[in-house]
Design a protein around this ligand. Structure first.
Ligand code: 9MJ
Length: 675
């Protein structure tokens, strides 16, 4: 027995070391040695071992990174050594003067420095005892910060155990937590898709993520730690700063690759210039260069002021923000019909690039920031992302400037613009007709589960639209062989195949046809309900909201979207075109296709709400799976909700479900329920 326990302990230790090693390869060196599946297998083995032998679990196990429960609040945490800020230099003269002053104070002719990019994130202090992470804290006022240990543990580039056999007894490691640019863009895309307000910039996102009381939320945010030094240490680690950074790298931390040894003031200025030139290519936001004297013996000689060490300097980079005037606010129609307000600006140079437009995201954002035509605004450009309006200088507002409103009609096609009740976005309702939406609408129309026209990929659809051979779906049925032969890489054989495929698609079902129209909120399942319950296209087109809401599984938002769609004369014209081209169905209800689904209506009568990201299903797929089993999906949690399905980063819906006592399913629980 004792033998098997000690065997398990040894195996667990070996697994932890191996996992930490691969973690370091992946999250710090960006150079994994094994496939994700293999890594998962190691984690699974460790987790089962720990489940069998709970006495083996410790907070330093990689399985425990996201283990903790939400906190009530943050405890204060006193740093062993204060976290000072940095003195600033705004000009080249400031840098030359810094070097001159230090050389004078040290009575030397020349100094060697270390140049570092100054990352724009949140500084943290990590305390390790005997090589194990015991506490993490924000900078706070420099003396006392907030303890965020559970959150820091979720950051994969924070080693839980240092990769060394002889760590100091106690040491503070310091660095900057950031969100890399590509991770930030993905995070904001995800937030917009969930109608959550996007973060203004990576810094705010990183700061907000670290200050979450629930570490599970932090765990879902793509945070990265770059270390730049140490605080108090029970042992001297090296004689110079580069040596310290080397030791930190050996311990498993990420040290910025653009850290360099530079000589004298000329070296510093040259380092700064190169950083400015490379700024847009960096994957993280920086707001300056940091210069540090390399020789640590000189640090105590130079000492510190009340705020900052005398041996270091932050040299600011040119600002990426500028003020300019909003000439007009234009509604811009995207390929799915979503209308984005865009500010047309008086051209302005922002950090070396001329900016003439900035996104305002959606109408709520325009109102929240209260941006009006004629306003003077602050705009920000960060890397390659679309410039944004940050705020309005209200003192400069011209008299009579009026609040902006979304136009009632699409600026591209004149169809009605509607905001469906539970969406942040406004949409053009002319889905079948609007030139801005042509490619998107056609791709959907021809897709396998819609009209199922084989051989029409996106490239081809684009060519057909760009050469104006096709404007609406109805035009597809007018294509001739000679129309197709003029296109790139289109031979007689493929043209013939495509025409046959188009011809074959004419015989369809009403359900498929309704789905193919691409009505917002109408997926396959709703299309089938409409076909089954109403029986004919005319009945669907003429149903009012009241009649639609009376149908099973159709709520007010879907009903509104359907009636608005068919109210557009332009959409009706396209539908007429399709019918007169010969699109038809014998079996209006598509009963055959329904048959298989009706067999398993295991979720009949149950109402679900979806939140967060599921790993193996998109939101639409999860919805379809529920609807196919007779269940219903609604947008918000209420007393009538039977289950909340919560993926990662679930947001406020989860809190609400817990308050109301609504059971919460994770992805596994949900899959089990689907069978
Ligand atoms: C940042 N933010 O990247 C320091 N920093 O050193 C770097 N901050 C720093 N160094 C001493 N690279 C105090 C702050």
């Amino acid at each position: 027995m004792a033998d098997s326990a000690s065997h398990a302990a040894a195996r667990a230790e070996a697994l932890r070391r191996s996992i930490e090693h691969h973690n370091h390869r992946y999250y710090v060196l960006d150079d994994p040695e094994i496939a994700d599946a293999e890594y998962d297998r190691l984690m699974d083995e460790l987790a089962s071992l720990e489940a069998e032998h709970p006495e083996l679990i410790s907070v330093h196990s990689p399985t425990q990174r996201v283990g903790s429960r939400p906190l009530e609040g943050f405890e204060p945490s006193q740093h062993d050594r204060p976290m000072l800020s940095l003195a600033n230099a705004f000009s080249r003269e400031d840098v030359v003067e810094f070097d001159r002053r230090l050389r004078r104070n040290l009575a030397v002719d020349a100094l060697t420095y270390v140049g570092e990019p100054k990352l724009d994130g949140l500084s943290i202090n990590l305390r390790y005892e005997q090589g194990r992470l015991v506490e993490a804290a924000t900078r706070g006022d420099g003396e006392v910060g907030e303890q965020i240990t559970a959150n820091a543990r979720t950051i994969r580039s924070v080693p839980l155990i240092l990769l060394t056999d002889n760590p100091p007894q106690r040491v503070e490691v310091r660095g900057e937590v950031v969100i890399r640019r590509r991770d930030f863009e993905a995070l904001n895309r995800q937030r917009l898709a969930r109608d959550q307000r996007p973060f203004a910039n990576p810094r705010n996102a990183a700061a907000g993520s670290l200050r979450q009381l629930d570490p599970r939320i932090t765990a879902a945010r793509p945070l990265t730690l770059f270390v730049f030094g140490i605080g108090a240490s029970s042992e001297a680690l090296a004689e110079d700063h580069l040596g310290i950074l080397r030791v930190l790298g050996d311990w498993g931390f990420r040290v910025n690759q653009r850290v360099e040894r530079v000589e004298g003031a000329d070296g510093l200025l040259d380092y700064h210039d190169r950083l400015v030139a490379e700024r847009d290519d960096l994957d993280y936001e920086i707001d300056g260069a940091v210069y540090k004297v390399n020789d640590i013996a000189a640090w105590s000689e130079l000492g510190t002021t009340a705020r900052a060490p005398r041996w270091a300097l932050a040299h600011k980079l040119p600002a990426r923000e500028a003020t300019t005037v909003v000439e007009s606010i234009l509604p811009s129609v995207g390929r799915t019909g979503v209308i984005t307000p865009v500010a047309a600006l008086q051209d302005v140079n922002v950090g070396g690039v001329t900016v003439g437009r900035a996104t305002l995201h959606n109408l709520d954002e325009v109102h929240r920031k209260d941006v009006r035509e004629g306003d003077t605004v602050m705009v920000r450009r960060a890397g390659d992302v679309i410039p944004e309006v940050v705020s309005v200088v209200t003192s400069k507002r011209p008299p009579g400037a009026e609040a902006w409103s979304m136009p009632a009609h699409c600026p591209v096609c004149g169809s009605e613009v509607v905001r469906l009740d539970d969406e942040a976005a406004h949409r053009c309702m002319g889905g079948l007709f609007c030139p801005a939406q042509r490619v998107g609408a056609l791709m959907h129309f021809v897709s396998r589960r819609a009209m199922d026209i084989d051989g029409l990929g996106e490239k081809l659809v684009r060519q057909l639209v760009e050469t104006e051979r096709v404007r609406t779906a109805a035009d597809l049925y007018q294509l001739s062989c000679s129309d197709l032969l003029g296109l790139e890489r289109m031979g007689e054989k493929s043209a013939g195949n495509l025409l046959r495929s188009i011809e074959a698609s004419k015989q369809t079902t009403l359900a498929r046809f309704l789905f193919a129209l691409g009505i917002s909120q109408v997926g396959e399942v709703t299309a089938r309900v409409l076909a089954r319950e109403l029986g004919s296209l005319n009945a669907v087109m003429n149903a009012d909201e009241e009649a639609l809401v009376a149908l099973p599984d159709i709520g007010p938002v879907v009903a509104q979207s359907i009636t608005r769609f068919f109210e557009q004369t332009t959409n009706r014209q396209v539908i007429e075109g399709l019918l007169s081209a010969g699109v038809t169905w014998d079996d209006p209800t598509g009963r055959q296709e329904n048959a298989t689904d009706d067999a398993g209506r295991t979720l009949e009568g149950l109402t679900f709400v979806l939140t967060g990201t599921l790993e193996n299903l998109t939101r639409d797929e999860a919805r379809a799976a529920i609807e196919a089993r007779g269940g219903k999906v609604t947008g918000s949690v209420s007393g009538r909700t039977n289950y909340l399905v919560a993926g990662s980063d679930p947001g406020s819906k989860r809190d609400k479900a817990e308050t109301l006592g609504v059971p919460v399913l994770d992805e596994d629980g949900f899959q089990a329920m689907l069978g």
